[in-house]
Design a protein around this ligand. Sequence first.
Ligand SMILES: O=C(O)CCC(=O)C(=O)O
Ligand SMILES: [Fe+2]
Length: 311
Amino acid sequence: MPKKQKHKRAQSSSDAKKRAQSSDATPGTSMSRPALLAAAVCAVAAVVLRSARLARPEVMPQRLTRTMRVRHARRTVPCATTSVCGARPCDRVVIDDWLPPAEIDALRDIARRGAAAADAAAAAGGPTIIDINSGFVMAPGARLVNLYQAKSKRKPFGGEDYELYRSVIRRLKAEVEAAFPRASALYFTAPTFLTRLSGENATWEASEPHDEYYQWHVDRENTPHYEFSGLLYLSDYDEDFEGGLFTYDDGSVVEPRRGRLNMFASGAENKHRVTQVTAGQRLTLSFWFACDPAYEFRDFLDGQAHARYRS
Ligand SMILES: O=C(O)CCC(=O)C(=O)O
Ligand SMILES: [Fe+2]
């Protein structure tokens, strides 16, 4: 070891000894008590600041692109109408990376298996709507298929699929209740869908009034007991598909991104539509919550059409 360096080491070890002997030093450290206290105060302040930053919602950008990653973006929107729920926020909230990629892939696979039931008869383009509860799959040009009444003995979904679906819905409920705090509970309601919007048939065109995804609409005007709407995107804008932007009528846009949870109050303040998908496939899980317990959909994977809600 070069002399100079040796000296430096020896010097610093004797310094350390001196510091340890000093009455101001904390046993086992080379820091004085005041310095240690200052460091602890700084560390606590950093944690407090960080959690304050995390607790503060971000403001939703006018166009939330796929590559932006928001932790909890909110736009405050005044309510356009009152509802049976009474006072509640009418905001729009987006949370990214809400579900881990493995669960997104599993939901994508459920959608793929469900949609396959209609594919033989359907034109590839347009929306395919899969109602996991009743088993109905609806696609343009195809007759209505019921997955649970199909002649084939092979059921499209198994126990693990249902378990995942139920668990996702349970977590969604907690998230919607946290995003839109109200005095009383919310109830998961029907219908709920996995939807595939396909751009693969260039000749397919949206037409009034049934292709409502592509038309301006208010969810509560279509289904009066909807209080809060939610969409969990299972595919990436510009990667998995083209077109397919979620657009509010005030011009703000949400680009779908895998794992992006898009929630909003279902009234006229949040009129929206989806622009036509022009290539690829766009997959979404859509769900709604009511505030009237009579519309609660308890055992929602019972294969029954949702003529009755509470089981
Ligand atoms: O898929 C979307 O982004 C929106 C779908 C929608 O508007 C609806 O299901 O009511
Ligand atoms: Fe909608």
